[in-house]
Design a protein around this ligand. Structure first.
Ligand code: IPT
Length: 971
């Protein structure tokens, strides 16, 4: 493994991607058949359609912690799918006399290679390249044959037990390349923020029995703003390499040094890169080899409890990123990688943890270029057998091999600021060994490893040598702030995983960031995770509903859009391919849908990362702050967004990072000041909002209605339910929501079900008519938590404009046993035909009480269908928080306007809670013609209990009396 990047001019390459001959054997020992199938490389055989000659039928399988089979380390099952890939290639005659290298970007899992029948090597890390010197086996100017055998299960599988789909195949590009026999074996670059540049070169030769000729030299050139800067080798180098011709290897002895004047340091905000070319020359001065890299000058240091980049304590707004694609399984193209990162940038992320293995090196080129802080993680996760393996000497070499090869490959990327030893593998001697190697090899970067900082009591004081960062996972706000204030904190605290994005989730992200930005020692974290790992699956059979095979890389591009699959397809999760054991939809836990459509949590993150912040001073002025570390605000433009509609100009002042200034408000007296901040290309960056005075003028007040109308009595049916032209189903009490993934995996939904909240029985107690109004008392019985008393007082109103409407005042009394319910509110269903919702509240996106920073309060309009969020497993969704009033309309149908007594959680969807709870996949839902409308007096927060803390106590709903009211008028 090395970090040499050769231009084609110096080292011609022969890409070997495309169609290969293929056989999938049931086990490595099984004999090959006489005929071959065809398969694409790179590609996973688990998702491609090919002629399965041996009938192995190896489909994707999803498990989290548990291994896919019961064998104990290091044993593997006898059934062991083995792909044999073969192809011919014509080697250019000009390659004769050169060193020829076969490069396999990644293969999972065990890779063996033969070239023209000669074995050339074996590799085991599924997420790093294998390179094999095939010079002696190759026949330039002739047809050659390469065979790659990929065995799915091995002893190494026990340390690749990551929470993701199991696949088999070759997942990154394959190529051959040729170099000069005298060649650069490696290039290690150190470039600091003050312009210090040092390049260590190692040199090898495959000619002359491996003995280096004397007299070879190296040189370098750096492209700077003021032109090329020639870098000469230092004094010692000349002596070291010319005097002794009988050295077969140099490691770091040939060194180029320079002090580069006036460098622009690299950071995630200003990712300044410089082109560096280093050359190796034959003794006669001609070019032997060349490596070109884009380098960045930057410092990473830990000072006390702060992680400093270029001396600045930067916030880490990170996400965990797997290699994933809904069609290919795990094969991602450079275009995919760029699109992922551009999306993350647009939503305020500045950091990526390459969970849980080194990525395609193309990703790291892009994180350098686009500006992301990267935690590069070694491919080690022994989760189910973590405890045994961490100290098992049989795995020692694998640990050090995986960590060292990652660092050898990736060391020159400025974006990598931290190395990670892996994930969820407990802690043992094998980690210390790997950390020891790494510290000596690369003293410029800190190391992190979550397993090392954990102790049994949940404290983080355990002495250990394998982590410089306190990088817990899913720690609560209380736990991280308590530690930061305890006086015992010794390392920067950056959570390696937090805010589990499974389904409708990421509740309390705002509170995490309030804590992080106000507590010294807390610096951020990495959200779990980027993707929902839903694999596109065909639905077959007569009814088009029978689970079929993965749609695969050749799927119809129209098979999905905007996060939703077209008829005949679905997003598959664990178990959907008949895979057992499996961990269900626990792999659908990302901030984006499988097709990279952002989930509402992305907008929440964008707002919390806002580079521009507003604040109301005690004098009532608006103060704007540049909340960045290195940049000014010149890349941004802003406008005031007026509640009445339209915009007013806003000028962002010239502010250095951290600086602030008072700015004038637009000359319109409004309750809210909303600033819409965009980048030069018009992309929304943030929408900070201030409440200048209570904006209650839109809320229902009794004064709005001029009086109680004396028209005919309010119609009720025999059950005391309101009869009204709007309702297909009358307003009743609702105390249940379709469990979110957090409710379900956190065990909360189970309690609701035990209490029977999903099926409370309504019993009419009394109907009392008095002075034109009617009071309806009902009781709702739960299974074992007592009875909920619910009263509706309905009053006929007439407005100043003569329109007649209703006031509905509701009271619910929850018994003491109901300590944690999902909602208390009203539900009704409308007549068909209503298609549009106008509302005043948070929007336009989906918001919940503990996830509502994303969308400022304002007037919004949406089609009813578009309000719903198609989470892979249907659940409560589509809510809008702090709604003051809303109107439903549709072509040719009498609509309605509803005003609420206070800002309330409202949802308008095509699904009953029971419809959502009964479906396992989004495509199983059948939209109703009605609108199902919920107005909640109180709605429980979302939290992140599917993996991590539940919502905060302030977002829970307990026993007691709830009052809410609303008016209903024709639109
Ligand atoms: C943690 C894993 O590191 C990650 O890969 C993923 O499985 C995540 O949980 C949940 O989605 S480990 C967990 C036992 C805290």
């Amino acid at each position: 493994m090395h970090a040499v990047i050769r231009p084609d001019t110096v080292s011609p390459a022969l890409p070997l991607d495309g169609s290969w001959r293929f056989q999938l054997l049931p086990a490595p020992e099984a004999p090959l058949a006489g005929r071959w199938a065809e398969i694409d490389v790179p590609g996973c055989w688990t998702v491609q359609d090919f002629d399965d000659i041996h009938g192995v039928n190896d489909l994707p399988q999803y498990t989290n912690i548990q291994m896919p089979w019961p064998e104990l380390p290091p044993r593997v099952p006898a059934a062991n799918p083995t792909g044999v890939f073969e192809r011919d290639l014509d080697l250019p005659a000009e390659w004769a006399g050169r060193r020829i290298v076969l490069h396999i970007g990644a293969a999972e899992s065990v890779l063996t290679a033969t070239f023209n029948g000669t074995p050339v090597g074996i590799g085991k890390d599924s997420h790093l390249a294998g390179e094999f010197d095939v010079t002696d086996a190759a026949r330039p100017g002739e047809r050659n044959t390469v065979r790659l055998t990929v065995v799915k299960w091995s002893d190494a599988t026990f340390i690749e037990d990551q929470d993701q789909w199991w696949h088999g195949g070759i997942t990154r590009p394959v190529r051959l390349y040729a170099t000069n026999p005298l060649h650069l074996a490696d290039v290690q670059i150190t470039a600091d923020a003050s312009g210090g540049l040092s390049v260590a070169l190692s040199v090898r030769t495959t000619a002359d029995g491996g003995i280096l000729p004397s007299g070879w030299t190296v040189s370098g050139v750096l492209e700077t703003a003021s032109g090329p800067l020639e870098i000469a080798a230092d004094q010692d180098f000349a002596d070291a390499c010319t005097a002794s011709g009988r050295v077969s290897d140099f490691l770091g002895e040939a060194r180029l040094n320079a002090a580069v004047p006036a460098v622009q340091p690299w950071s995630a905000e200003i990712p300044a890169l410089y082109d560096l070319t280093v050359r190796l020359h034959h003794p006669d001065g001609t070019l032997a080899d060349e490596s070109r890299q884009r380098i960045g000058f930057r410092d990473v240091k830990i000072a006390g409890t702060d992680l400093l980049v270029n001396g600045v304590r930067v916030y880490i707004r990170g996400v965990n990123r797997h290699d994933f694609h809904p069609l290919t399984g795990r094969v991602v193209t450079p275009d995919d990688l760029r699109a992922d990162l551009n999306l993350l940038k647009a939503y305020g992320f500045n950091a990526v943890r390459t969970s849980h293995y080194p990525p395609d090196p193309a990703l790291l080129g892009l994180t350098d270029e686009l500006g992301f802080y990267v935690v590069d993680e070694a491919d080690i996760e022994s989760h189910e057998h973590a405890h045994e393996i961490a100290d098992d000497p049989r795995y020692l070499a694998a640990f050090t091999d995986r960590v060292s090869r990652m660092a050898l490959r990736d060391k020159n990327h400025p974006s990598i600021i931290i190395w990670s030893l892996g994930n969820e593998s407990d802690y043992g001697a094998n980690h210390d060994a790997a950390a020891g190697w790494l510290r000596r090899y690369d003293p410029t970067r800190p190391i992190q490893y979550e397993g090392a900082i954990k102790d049994d009591e949940g404290h983080w004081d355990k002495p250990q040598t394998a982590s410089d960062i306190l990088c817990p996972m899913y720690a609560s706000i209380e736990a991280i702030t308590a530690h930061a204030r305890s006086g015992r904190q010794t390392m920067p605290l950056i959570q390696c995983e937090y805010s589990h994005a499974m389904g409708n989730s990421n509740g309390t992200l705002a509170e995490y960031w309030q804590a992080i930005e106000s507590t010294p020692g807390l610096q951020g974290g990495f959200i779990w995770e980027f993707w929902d790992h839903g694999i596109l699956q065909r639905l077959d059979g007569k009814d088009g509903k029978a689970p079929g095979r993965p749609a695969g890389p050749a799927a119809d591009p129209a098979a999905y859009a905007d996060g939703v699959t077209a008829p005949g397809y679905r997003w598959a999760y664990g178990g959907d391919f008949g895979d057992t054991p499996n961990d269900g939809n626990f792999c659908a836990d990302g901030v984006v849908f499988p097709d990279r459509t952002p989930k509402p949590a992305m907008a929440e993150h964008r707002e919390l990362a806002a580079p521009v912040r507003l604040e109301l001073t005690p004098e009532g002025e608006v103060r704007v702050t540049n909340h960045q570390h290195f940049r000014d605000l010149s890349w941004l433009t802003a406008q005031w967004r007026l509640e009445a509609g339209g915009t007013a100009p806003a000028d962002l002042p010239d502010l250095a990072p951290g600086a602030s200034a008072v700015i004038p408000l637009p000359p319109v007296a409004e309750a809210l000041a909303t600033l819409r901040v965009t980048s030069a290309d018009g992309t929304l960056v943030c929408t900070p909002q201030l409440t200048l005075r209570p904006d209650d003028r839109d809320l229902l007040t009794r004064a709005d209605a001029v009086g109680i109308s004396s028209v005919s009595p309010i119609p009720l049916d025999d059950d005391g339910l309101l009869v009204h032209p709007l309702f297909a189903s009358a307003p009743t009490l609702s105390v249940w929501r379709a469990p979110t993934d957090n409710d379900r995996w956190g065990g909360i939904a189970e309690r609701w079900q035990a209490q029977g909240l999903d099926a409370v029985q309504r019993k009419l107690v009394s109907v009392e008519r008095r002075a034109g109004r009617v009071a309806v008392l009902a009781e709702y019985t739960t299974d074992c938590a007592g009875t909920i008393r619910h009263e509706q007082v309905i009053t006929p109103l007439v407005r100043a404009d003569g329109l007649s409407g209703l006031l509905i005042e509701e009271t619910a009394v929850l018994p003491d046993a109901l300590t944690d319910v999902p909602r208390v509110g009203t539900v009704f269903e409308t007549v068909p035909g209503l298609t549009t919702l106008d509302w005043y509240g948070h929007g336009p996106g989906e918001t919940y009480p503990d996830r509502r920073a994303s969308d400022p309060v304002g007037h919004h309009r949406s089609s009813v269908d578009a309000l719903f969020t198609p989470y892979l497993r249907p659940q409560e969704s589509g809510g809008r928080n702090a709604v003051r009033h809303f109107a439903l309309a549709g072509p040719g149908v009498a609509g309605a306007t509803i005003h609420l007594d206070a800002p309330r959680q409202v949802s308008v969807t095509r699904y009953r809670a029971a419809d959502l709870a009964a479906a396992a996949h989004h495509d199983e839902l059948v939209p109703r013609a009605a609108c199902v409308v919920h107005l909640d007096a109180a709605h429980r927060g979302l939290g992140t209990a599917s993996c991590g803390p539940d919502t905060l106590p302030r977002y829970l709903i307990g026993p007691g009396t709830y009052h809410w009211s609303w008016t209903l008028f024709p639109a």
